[in-house]
Ligand binder design. Structure first.
Ligand code: FAD
Length: 529
């Protein structure tokens, strides 16, 4: 330990004496077990994200071999007179450069082509990073950069699975826990941040702490939904449940928005009921045009389906699709039909519009990846993604429908629009995440792809401008929307976003990252020299 501290101290001194600008090659002298890289391809990867709307090249990239490597790097940054920032990058699936930095080092938490599990690059994935399942206590310990798909694969070997998900599994544990991690299970289990027992976190001072409800609880709650501002998650202990075997996946359509939201709200109100009396997943989406056929949620409405949307939507208006699932084991499959029937009877959808499919649990959870592969094959995945994710209070969702779905959007969407309600009681208010001030609120997600197709309404400019229009409409109509995966460029906007939570957020920052080294790409704080 003493030797490590001495090495770190020497590196800090070294960086201090480098001169007024930090010379990236000096970073290579930092003693790490993994690899500090100036390789142009590493810098290029770290300078991009899924949004593909901005590029920011770091000074260097760290492929860590352990949490200790991260401690060493952050300590060096913390002790540096010049100051350089450190950004953890999970799978780089942010939209607006949240995992990037130009004035520092990006830590590739989820590995790269050189790293994970290979004998090349910085070596084999260390044993420390492999998921460890406790069958008796029903949890799994995972490396912060682990992708959820790999968490699922390893827990399934024990017949267990995490309870709360995102729609897409090629995201890192640290990345989704820094936001919230939501999908159709959130009404039942809360977001992913409500399903974590314990974390190991490297703070902005380069200290490694284990934290939980009972131990270093301030850090624990700060980091969950904390946009990477307070520490780098190196390990997370995730709650598990017995894994279902199969999923009955149902979609039904509505032309009446209030009938749609009434049913969604009814379904999430059943969260306290025994599992036989509720669905396991409640989501939904908006269909404003035939674009649905081209987007990554359309596979369900396959050409084999007997019912055509156009035959239902005879007046060409907006349609709403409720998406629900029921998990089951083959041993209980005899009761599943009656349970679903009893629930569907209470809903008010268009009777001829029931689309049902049945598939293995893992295939359901991994559904978006299938669509990703299709889009990739058509060159439609690596394109700019001007996404906008909003939490809308229940009391304003109908105003939002009129103003946005039936107004601003026209009849073009350029991607799926998700809409589903969640209940605030499942969200721990001690975490850093911000939600609207109402018991029930909706996620509305505009997941658009900008294309260079010659059609102006698909261009990046057009869609970015439309996002602005939607935000302006929310302000003007007093909707009190909160951005999920928030993106702001001024501190005034951040203050407004956090509202009552700002004072606590700021205080936590001063305590855990006083030099504002971490996750500068969120643009909440400027690093201090
Ligand atoms: P990155 O983009 O790499 O990082 C995001 C932020 O977290 C950065 O500020 C980064 O510095 C910080 N960070 C990363 N790792 C760590 C760590 N170990 N410790 C501390 N901070 C860290 N979200 C949902 O909630 N539900 C969904 O259904 C959903 N679906 C999605 C589908 C797609 C196709 C995409 C592209 C995104 C989706 N998201 C969804 C959003 C996603 O959860 C966030 O963008 C998330 O941050 C991505 O994870 P990542 O590992 O790529 O994070």
């Amino acid at each position: 330990m003493a030797t490590k501290l001495l090495i770190t101290f020497a590196i800090c001194r070294l960086i201090v004496t480098v001169g007024l600008t930090l010379d990236p090659t000096e970073l290579l002298r930092l003693a790490v077990e993994g690899q500090l890289s100036l390789d142009p391809s590493d810098l290029e990867t770290a300078s991009l994200d899924f949004g593909m709307m901005g590029r920011a090249k770091p000074l260097a990239v760290l492929h860590p071999a352990s949490a200790e490597d991260i401690v060493r790097l952050v300590r060096a940054a913390y002790g540096s007179a010049l100051g350089f920032s450190v950004s953890a990058r999970g799978h780089g699936h942010s939209i607006n450069g949240q995992a990037q930095t130009t004035k520092g080092v990006v830590i590739e938490m989820s590995g790269s082509s050189k790293g994970r599990g290979t004998q090349g690059g910085y070596g084999s994935k260390p044993a420390l990073m492999l998921p460890r399942v406790s069958e008796t206590k029903r949890y799994v310990d995972v490396w912060g950069g682990e992708l959820w798909i790999d968490v699922l694969r390893s827990t399934m070997e024990h017949g267990l699975a995490p309870k709360s998900w995102t729609d897409y599994l090629y995201l890192s544990v640290g990345g989704t826990l820094s936001n919230a991690g939501i999908s159709g299970q959130a009404f039942n289990h809360g977001p992913q941040i409500a399903n974590v027992h314990e974390l190991d976190v490297v703070t902005g001072k380069g200290e490694l702490f284990t934290c939980s409800e009972n131990q270093n609880s301030e850090l624990f709650h700060a980091v969950l939904g904390g946009l990477g501002q307070f520490g780098i998650i190196t390990r997370a202990r995730i709650a598990l449940e017995p894994a279902p075997q199969r999923v009955r996946w149902i979609r039904v359509l509505y032309s009446n928005f209030s009938a749609f939201t009434k049913d969604q709200e009814f379904l999430i109100s059943l969260h306290g009921q025994p599992s036989s009396k509720k669905f396991d997943y409640v989501e939904g989406f908006v269909i404003v045009d035939e674009g649905l056929i081209n987007n990554w949620r359309s596979s369900f409405f396959s050409p084999h389906n007997p019912v055509k949307i156009s035959s239902i939507n005879s007046n060409g208006g907006v349609l709403y699709c409720l998406e629900i699932t029921k998990n089951y084991h083959e041993s209980t499959s005899d009761t599943i039909d009656q349970e679903i029937e009893a629930l569907l009877k209470k809903l008010d959808f268009i009777p001829t519009s029931v689309f049902t499919t049945d598939l293995p649990y893992v295939d359901f959870l991994d559904r978006v990846h299938k669509a990703e592969l299709k889009l990739r094959s058509k060159g439609l995945w690596d394109v700019p993604h001007p996404w906008l994710n909003l939490f809308i209070p229940k009391s304003k969702i109908s105003d939002f429908d009129k103003g946005v779905f039936k107004g601003i959007l026209g009849n073009k969407t350029s991607g799926p629009i998700l809409i589903y309600p969640m209940n605030k009681e499942k969200w721990d208010q001690r975490s850093s995440v911000v939600t609207p001030d109402e018991e029930v609120f909706y996620l509305v997600a505009f997941l658009r792809s900008a294309l260079d197709s010659g059609d102006e309404t698909q261009s990046l400019d057009y869609l970015t401008n439309q996002n602005r229009q939607i935000l302006r409409f929310c302000d003007d109509a007093g909707i009190n929307a909160k951005q999920y995966l928030p993106h702001y460029t001024t501190q005034e906007e951040w203050l407004d976003h956090f509202g009552d939570k700002w004072a606590q957020f700021y205080q936590r920052k001063m305590e855990f990252d006083p030099r504002r080294i971490l996750a500068a790409g969120q643009r909440i704080f400027n690093p201090t020299p």
